[in-house]
Every structure is written in structure tokens, then in C-alpha cells.
Design a protein around this ligand. Structure first.
Ligand code: M6R
Length: 608
């Protein structure tokens, strides 16, 4: 949450435009306000305003800002509502030090009170504003230079932070520090970057330096210097070349990132399958040998872990639970040296998940993860990592990373099935054949369902509430479909086990109430027919995501969305979710909503 970027460049043209270009790539992290600090005529100049970049750019004339150095911020509000005053950057009393921040300072109240008693005047309700004042105070009181004062400030802060500091006192450099919030450097001969995420500078450089917790960076034209701000030891870390291409962070002709990312799924899934990862076998073996397994994740990622839970129970024949990361405390008493925790995450920065795995590690558990962003915090806390190789996902609603997460769960599950002998050679090979076909099934599904889901969306867009019903593994598909509809089309959507819906929720059904059934031709098929009948009888308008040629259900539902044949149970969770992504997307578009930037959300939830 919150996107931060800093640039030090050799020429002094268009720094405002350059920062804005980078901030646009980070807007998925928050879009409550935008702000930039530059140095002009030896003065810190701050321009900030409430709203998304497109709403404020002309008013603020951000493009016109000149200089060789700047920091910029796009906010997801935590302390203090969205407003100009609460927008970053924040400055000290003398307006010499400007700070942008992503994270939460837990001891901000006590530090702020102390600073107020020392005469500092605050303009905002944010936790961030204490940082420039504390730096200023340390410089005045302890006669520290700017760098030492920032290091001391970082040591005093409790909580999470990635901060960038710019000052008229040292106008040729940006200082940064981090703990638990993401921060990376982008290295280019003419322009150096620090940013929350790689897409911020991907169109300028693929040379990336990952920063670790408790690290402090000096960024200037001449390069970068990293030290650990606790023990002050120098850190020698060379850049690595990221394989992501600049166009991956652009819309590529699609009206929204979300639609582009839905369409990218055949290739992102194919990438995952093509890249053989040595960690896969190690992860499968460790899970098979473990006594207890907990899968930890949040939101969409949690739904993907339900596949993992199912398969580990089935193939490893062991107790295994998919736990919502923020509810981890309930299983903490069960964690010990014989436990595996398996976090699944797109960003690798979700704070609920990070906190859970940190605790599990302390209790002796091994951490094996499935993560999209290479080098992210979760990967650094992990003993083994299976990468999702889905590329950057900019749309706030997870789509291609959900299918990649689910595919990775199947991948691990199949390997466990082989190790345990639950899958014989022939069964394993057949399962792998179907597994390898998934990208093409997803491609066919997109082609067949896009126009239809767009049509259904024109009806769905008028609704205020809906049900998504599934059974077995596809209960998770129902949950993910309902989440998509909620988060981008703002239609209340409740996912329920189809069989359980008659135990209460059916009371909500009235004429023309939307009910979406996820009903492949597997062992749940007959019982799904019963559930559809129950809903239809009470007036529901039914939509079925069904197997191609399934006449029984095809004739019962009002709209049938067909998925290619031959994939019952085996990986249905991947193609069957695709029309639900499209349905949510087109419903949002019909309602004139912005699917890439839904209200109140941030892609990367780095607060508890
Ligand atoms: O980066 P992560 O996969 O850890 O993120 C987890 C959730 O915050 C995320 O999936 C969220 O639910 C998305 N809004 C889903 O579209």
C-alpha cells in the first residue's frame, strides 16, 4: 500500500514527468492522493493533492517540475483520511527535509508528542510526518549530519517502513531506509531509481538491486551505497537483470490492465509450465515428510491454497489446513519443528502473511512458499520458493496470478501424488498431460466466453446482490468469482457451498435474483442439478459454468458458459474461473467503474 519512487538523474529536464511516469506504474498500490518533492533553486518544493494522478496532474502542473532529483508518492490512506494535508511528501518545520513513506509507524503517537513538546508543528494526521521532524530534531539537538540523523531516526521507528528522504541540505542525493515494506533500486547510467516495485522503472532499466530489512541507501548520480543501519556494516550487492519486459507493465492495446492480464493467462500459465524449478521436488518431498502442513495466504491467494489443501490431504494423506493469514493465531499453538508452512502470495509483501510466517519460523517451522515477485519479503523468509512466473500484475484484482497460484498448487500436489504412490505411473503421466494442456484450455475458454459474459454483464450490472455456488474443489472457484464481482463491480456476491445454500441463504432468493453455478461434469454434477432446481423454483435467474455439451445443466440454466471437455475435477479450478473474471470485468465496465483501481483497495496490503 502506497507507492513510492525517487529519481536522481544527470540532466535537469522533466523530472516531474519522469516521476509521474513511474508513479503511474505504482498507482495500483494506492490512489487516494499524489505528491512530489523536488529541489529548485536550492529549495525543497512540494506539490501534492488529493485524487488519482489523472485527476490532479493538470491542476498541479506536475509535468512542468524541473530539477535533477525528486521523490514521489501515491497514497493508500491509513493514518488520516485522503486529503491534501495528509498527502506525502511531508516536511520538517524549516521545509528543508521532505519524506515519503510506505508502511505504518507503530510508535508514532509517543514520538509525535515528544516532538510537539519540543516545539515542532505538524500539518497532517499522518504517522509519516514525524519522520522529517525527528530528523530535524536530531540534527539540531545532537548536531548530527543529515545521514546520521536519518539512520538514528530509522532505528527509533517501530513498525514497518520504506522511506525516501530528499533535502536541500544535500541536494545531490536521496537517502532511503526500509523495514518490512518493499523497496528496490533501478540502476541506469543516466538515471538512478528507488521504488516500491520494479514496474516503476522497467521502461528505463532491467538492472535491479533488492534491498533487505534494516538497510540504508545513499543514492546519487555516482551510484548507490548500502549499509545495514543497525550494525553499520557495508553491504556489497550487485544488480541482477530482471527478466520482465517493459511492455509487460503497459496496457498493450487493452482498455484496462485487468482485461490484458485475463488475456495473458494462456502465456503466463505456459511460462510457469515451461520453467522447470528445482524447488518443486524439494517442496513436495518436504511436505510429504512433514507431520503438519498449513497453507497461509490472504484474499484471492487464500482461495488458491484451498486447491493445495485438497490435494495434500488427498495425495499425502495428512492433516493440512489452508489458513487465512490474518487468522493465523488460531493455529500458532500447533506449530513446531515438524510443521511446514506454505505461504502463497502474488506480491510477497502481504503483511498478514509475513507476520504469520515470521511467527511460524520462530516456532521452528520450515517455510516453503509460492510467490510471484522475485526477491520479495516472503521469498527472503522462505527455505524454498516456487516462483509463479506470471509477470507483473498491475490490475488491483488478481487474475493471472490466481490461476498461476492454483496451477502451482496442482504442480506440488501431483508431485506429492507421485512420491506417495497415490498416483501410479500411468495416472501421473495422464495428469501431467492434462496439466500441460491448461494454457490452451484457458485460451479456448477466453475466446468462447468473452462475448457472452459481456452480454450477461449488461443484466448483472443492474443487480445489487448475487450468489455463487460450487461444490468440492470448485467451491474455491465460486469464492474467487464472488470476490472479483464484489471488489470491482461493487455488487454484493456471496459464495456458498451449493449443498449448504438450502440451510439458510436460500431465503434471500426472489424473482430474477442472480445465482452463478460452477458445475463441471464431475462427481458433484448430480447434486448440482438438485441445487439449480431449488434455486430456479424460487425464481432465481441462473448462470451455469459447465462442461461443453452438458445438456442436462445446459437446458436448466438461463445462461450457459461452456468450458472445453475432458477436465472434470483435474484442474477445473483454473479454466472455470476465467469466465467469472470476465463477468466481473464487464459488469464493472457496464457500471462505468474503473476495474483497475477499485475504491478502497490496494494491490499490495502491507498493513496488518
Ligand atoms: O499479494 P498477495 O497475493 O499476498 O495478496 C493477497 C490479497 O491481498 C489479494 O489477493 C487481494 O485479495 C486481491 N484484491 C484480490 O483480487
Amino acid at each position: 500500500m502506497c507507492g513510492i519512487v525517487g529519481i536522481v538523474q544527470r540532466d535537469s529536464t522533466k523530472i516531474g514527468k519522469n516521476i509521474i511516469d513511474s508513479l503511474r506504474k505504482l498507482e495500483y498500490r494506492g490512489y487516494d492522493s499524489v505528491g512530489i518533492a523536488t529541489i529548485d533553486n536550492d529549495q525543497v518544493v512540494v506539490s501534492k493533492e488529493q485524487g488519482k494522478i489523472t485527476e490532479v496532474i493538470d491542476k498541479m502542473q506536475l509535468d512542468d517540475l524541473h530539477g535533477k532529483i525528486a521523490i514521489g508518492h501515491t497514497r493508500w490512506a491509513t493514518h488520516g483520511p485522503p486529503s491534501k494535508e495528509n498527502s506525502h511528501p511531508h516536511t520538517d518545520c524549516k521545509n528543508e527535509i521532505a519524506v515519503i513513506h510506505n508502511g505504518i509507524i507503530e510508535n508514532f503517537q509517543s514520538l509525535k508528542e515528544e516532538l510537539v513538546s519540543q516545539g515542532h508543528e505538524f500539518q497532517s494526521e499522518t504517522d509519516t510526518e514525524l519522520i522529517p521532524h525527528l530528523i530535524e530534531q536530531l540534527m539540531q539537538e545532537k548536531q548530527m549530519n543529515l545521514k546520521d540523523a536519518i539512520i538514528h531516526t530509522a532505528r527509533k521507528l517501530e513498525g514497518t517502513f520504506a522511506i525516501c528522504v530528499l533535502s536541500s541540505l544535500e541536494p545531490d542525493r536521496i537517502y532511503c531506509a526500509k523495514r518490512d515494506s518493499p523497496l528496490v533500486l533501478g540502476i541506469n547510467a543516466d538515471r538512478m531509481f528507488c521504488a516500491s516495485d520494479i514496474p516503476a522503472f522497467l521502461s528505463h532499466t532491467q538492472q535491479v538491486v533488492l534491498l533487505h530489512d534494516e538497510e540504508f541507501v545513499t543514492l546519487s548520480h555516482d551510484g548507490y551505497e548500502i549499509i545495514n543501519f543497525r550494525d553499520m556494516k557495508k553491504v556489497n550487492r550487485k544488480p541482477y537483470i530482471v527478466s520482465w519486459k517493459p511492455e509487460m507493465a503497459q496496457k498493450g492495446g487493452f482498455p484496462h490492465f485487468m482485461l490484458k492480464e485475463i488475456h495473458e493467462q494462456p502465456s503466463s500459465l505456459a511460462d510457469y509450465i515451461r520453467i522447470k524449478q528445482p524447488s518443486l521436488n524439494k517442496i513436495a518431498e518436504k511436505i510429504y515428510d512433514a507431520k503438519k502442513v498449513f497453507l497461509l495466504a490472504a484474499g484471492t491467494a487464500h482461495y488458491s491454497t484451498l486447491t493445495g489443501e485438497n490435494l495434500i490431504r488427498k495425495y499425502a494423506k495428512k492433516a493440512c489446513s489452508a489458513i487465512i493469514a490474518s487468522e493465523y493465531d488460531s493455529v500458532s499453538p500447533l506449530i513446531d519443528e515438524e510443521t511446514i508452512v506454505l505461504p502463497v502470495s502474488q506480491s510477497g509483501e502481504t503483511m498478514d502473511t509475513i507476520m504469520a510466517i515470521k511467527d511460524a519460523k520462530k516456532l521452528g517451522a520450515k517455510v516453503l512458499s509460492a510467490v510471484n515477485v522475485i526477491g520479495s519479503s516472503i521469498t527472503r523468509h522462505s527455505d524454498e520458493v516456487l516462483y509463479l512466473y506470471a509477470g507483473p500484475e498491475i490490475g488491483v484484482a488478481a487474475t493471472k496470478t490466481y490461476t498461476a497460484q492454483t496451477l502451482s498448487m496442482w504442480d506440488i500436489g501431483l508431485e506429492i501424488g507421485k512420491i506417495s504412490g497415490e498416483l501410479g505411473n500411468n495416472e501421473y503421466n495422464e495428469a501431467r498431460r492434462l496439466f500441460n494442456e491448461i494454457p490452451s484450455v484457458v485460451k479456448q475458454t477466453i475466446v468462447r466466453s468473452e462475448a457472452l459474459t459481456n452480454r450477461i454483464a449488461s443484466w448483472f450490472a443492474k443487480k445489487s446482490s448475487s450468489f455463487y455456488l460450487g461444490r468440492g474443489v470448485n467451491l474455491q472457484t465460486a469464492k474467487e468469482g464472488a470476490l472479483k464481482m464484489k471488489e470491482i463491480a461493487y455488487i454484493h456476491s456471496e459464495a456458498y457451498p451449493a449443498g449448504e445454500s438450502k440451510h439458510g441463504p436460500i431465503a434471500l432468493i426472489e424473482e430474477d435474483y442472480p445465482v452463478v453455478f460452477i458445475a463441471p461434469e464431475d462427481q458433484t454434477h448430480k447434486r448440482m442439478i438438485g441445487s439449480i432446481m431449488e434455486m430456479k423454483t424460487r425464481g432465481a435467474t441462473t448462470i451455469g459454468v459447465i462442461e461443453e455439451g452438458d445438456k442436462e445443466i445446459g437446458e436448466l440454466v438461463k445462461w450457459k458458459i461452456e468450458i472445453p471437455k475432458g477436465y472434470s475435477e483435474m484442474i477445473t479450478t483454473i479454466p472455470y474461473v476465467v469466465p467469472l473474471q470476465l463477468l466481473a470485468y464487464y459488469t464493472a465496465v457496464r457500471k462505468n467503474l474503473s476495474p483497475d483501481m477499485p475504491r478502497n483497495l490496494s494491490k499490495s496490503v502491507t498493513v496488518l
